[in-house]
Design a protein around this ligand. Structure first.
Ligand SMILES: *Cc1c(COP(=O)(O)O)cnc(C)c1O
Length: 414
């Protein structure tokens, strides 16, 4: 039994993760996803009723009655599983319908579904780029893009986060001996809630003959006047070549992702993308519910409008209470800078009935610890007020209200 020796090694590894304070512990939710949830904090705490501020349920559609009904309907009419990848016998009429609806919503030529956006990003680059090509990507793109770029043989030219001068420099470098150039960025970056300047990126792409790929997972459904995403907000809907996005966040939150864009690129993904060719098709239940989600958000902007109101309200009030925040989206990082402070603060909020997680190194850089709040259209004003009160009470306890970044760091270290 070789495992005896290996076991001790793995136990050591796990222990050192624990000692570095990086051990991730799951909490169990005993209710559907929503603004008010019932949470078990293992090993032995009683169930707590808390307000959820850490789901990607931006539009509040994860447990929406019409979406649940559409899921039941899909289950009844198209069955539970397909037991096949898409190209053998895993494509139903509703898969094509969903692809069509996503294309229309994002104003793209065509769309291909993947089991997740991680898979979309894992399949895209290898399918369309070779060693003669170049990827010029923001340094803070999502982990799944990093993985996808590693899987393809294109040359890599990373540019500093949101730094357009540096992007231009890298485009010039890549122009020297590359066949095709592809600029890659997230639309909204999930840690700071900041936005890519897509209009400027598209200008640079034109100037240096590059195509533009945007991962809009934290934007699709609610950023921009009608919720199409960052390309709508920045006025460049016809200039972005490819959008990758997820059905696992604002769009119902179950699972699934896609590549949406120029039809030749989508078609090459259908021919070559490995997660599409070698992983099971999206189940009819989710496809049917996702079609309903797209109908809901195409018909009315009511939910994204409420989310925008909620976001502005919360950002205004939390700043006025004396906290340092970042970004400009429903992702609101409340900056505490010190990792221990972020952990203690999150625990105290939890006992006040507010579920919001602390983020610290290695998820964010050292000295950048924070509580990350995510606002939802499911939040009512009372939910937001409760959170602001709990933040204020806890902020008073730690004596950080009204302090600047430097003053907090002076007090607690970074
Ligand atoms: C969440 C996220 C993903 C992964 O989406 P899944 O569908 O859950 O795999 C990919 N990219 C970005 C930017 C994300 O925020």
């Amino acid at each position: 039994m070789a495992y005896g020796k290996v076991k001790a090694y793995y136990q050591d590894e796990l222990q050192s993760i624990q000692q570095e304070g990086l051990y991730k512990q799951e909490r169990f939710i005993h209710s559907p996803q929503g603004a008010d949830i019932s949470v078990e904090f293992p090993p032995k705490a009683p169930l707590s009723e808390v307000i959820n501020f850490c789901a990607n349920n931006y539009l509040g559609l994860s447990s929406h009655p019409e979406v649940i009904e559409a899921a039941h309907d899909g289950l009844k009419k198209r069955g539970y599983g397909m037991s096949s990848v898409r190209f053998i016998c895993g494509t139903q009429d509703i898969h094509k319908e969903l692809e069509q609806k996503i294309s229309t919503f994002l104003k793209m030529e065509d769309t291909i579904l993947f089991p997740s956006c991680l898979d979309a990003n894992g399949g895209l680059f290898e399918a369309v780029l070779g060693p003669e090509d170049a990827i010029i990507a923001d340094k803070l793109v999502h982990a799944s893009i990093i993985d996808g770029m590693r899987l393809c043989k294109a040359q890599q030219y990373p540019f500093k986060h949101l730094d357009m001068n540096h992007l231009e420099k890298k485009l010039i470098e890549a122009s020297e001996d590359c066949r095709h150039k592809m600029i890659v960025t997230d639309g909204v970056f999930s840690m700071d809630g900041d936005l890519a300047p897509l209009d400027i990126i598209c200008d640079l792409a034109d100037k240096y003959d590059a195509i533009v790929v945007v991962d809009d997972s934290h934007a699709t459904g609610f950023i921009g006047k009608t919720g199409r995403g960052v390309h709508e907000l920045k006025g460049c809907m016809d200039r972005v070549d490819v959008i990758t996005t997820t059905l696992g966040k604002a769009l119902g939150g179950a699972s699934g992702g896609c590549v949406s864009g120029r039809k030749e690129i989508v078609e090459l993904c259908r021919q070559r993308a490995r997660p599409y060719l070698f992983s099971n098709t999206m189940p009819p239940v989710i496809v049917s519910a996702a079609i309903k989600v797209l109908e809901i958000i195409s018909k009315s902007t009511e939910r994204r409008d409420k989310l925008e109101w909620n976001t502005n309200y919360f950002r205004e009030k939390i700043s006025a209470a004396g906290f340092v925040i970042k970004g400009e989206t429903p992702i609101v990082p409340v900056m505490l800078f010190n990792a221990q402070l972020a952990q203690d603060f999150s625990r105290d909020l939890y006992y006040e009935g507010i579920y919001a997680v602390g983020f610290f190194f290695p998820v964010v850089p050292k000295g950048q610890a924070r509580i990350r709040i995510q606002i939802s259209a499911n939040h009512e004003k009372e939910h937001l007020d409760k959170a602001i009160n709990a933040f204020t009470k806890t902020g008073e306890k730690y004596g950080i209200l009204g302090l600047s970044k430097n003053e907090i760091i002076e007090k607690y270290g970074s």
